[in-house]
Design a protein around this ligand. Structure first.
Ligand code: FNR
Length: 214
């Protein structure tokens, strides 16, 4: 008798905050602990090694060091899980800078057609609504496949986690779990029907080219 194992998806988790005690890192660590069995989530810890984008130095930096490591990690992942803080009603520069590097053409094309799920924690009352909207817009420009829903906004982040790093509110914990379950379905659909039906091979886009080569 053969046993059927559902596919395991490798997820790269990116925090938009480099802070050691970051609430967004905590949120991703909670996601790792409570991930459904078919998601293997790994936290990317080296965003601080990604230099500030400067087109004059792009060719030299694209294929080495922190940029190369980040691009390879994204290429090798089946999906991205991003937790962003909100800085001045948008995403932090660290995250935007990383996405700018990932969006550049190179030997690989890390973001085109890449499934992504976003969430965020902030100490403010709106829980990263504007940061997530900005992130969604930027990822659309890169032709990533951003899951539209469910969304997760962790507000008042200083009170949101207990000492063990768990979300205190059971409804919030449930929402995180639902987001992860939905993301595994999103990845499966992105790999099959979504890629074929959403793409227009005549459109002038990297995503359309990727889809038509399948
Ligand atoms: C913030 N913070 C913040 N919060 C918010 O809800 N809306 C905002 O516009 C801003 N703006 C802002 C700007 C800057 C420069 C900083 C440093 C902070 C608060 C921020 O969301 C809070 O510090 C989060 O806890 C940061 O995320 P981590 O580091 O805990 O993951």
């Amino acid at each position: 008798m053969t046993t059927h194992h559902p596919p395991r998806h490798r997820i790269l988790a990116l925090s938009g905050s480099l802070r050691r005690d970051s609430h967004n890192r905590r949120l991703l660590e909670a996601a790792i602990r409570h991930a459904p069995g078919n998601l293997q989530i790994t936290l990317y810890d080296d965003l601080a090694d990604v230099p500030i984008f400067n087109e004059d130095r792009e060719a030299a930096q694209l294929r080495q060091g922190g940029v190369r490591r980040l691009r390879e990690a994204v290429v090798n992942a089946d999906g991205l899980l991003i937790a962003t803080p909100e800085y001045n009603q948008s995403m932090p520069g660290v995250l935007k800078n990383a996405i700018d590097w990932l969006s550049r053409p190179g030997p690989d094309d890390p973001l085109t057609g890449k499934p992504a799920a976003i969430m965020g924690a902030s100490t403010g009352r709106w829980g990263t609504r504007l940061a997530q909207a900005a992130l969604r817009q930027t990822l659309a420009a890169t032709e990533s496949l951003v899951m539209p829903a469910p969304m997760l906004f962790v507000r008042d982040a200083e009170q949101a986690f207990d000492n063990a790093g768990e979300l205190r509110d059971p409804a919030m914990r449930e929402s995180l779990h639902e987001l992860l379950l939905a993301f595994s379905l999103w990845i499966e659909r992105a790999g099959t029907t979504a890629v074929r039906s959403m793409s227009n091979p005549h459109a002038n886009s990297s995503f359309a080219r990727l889809a038509s080569n399948q």
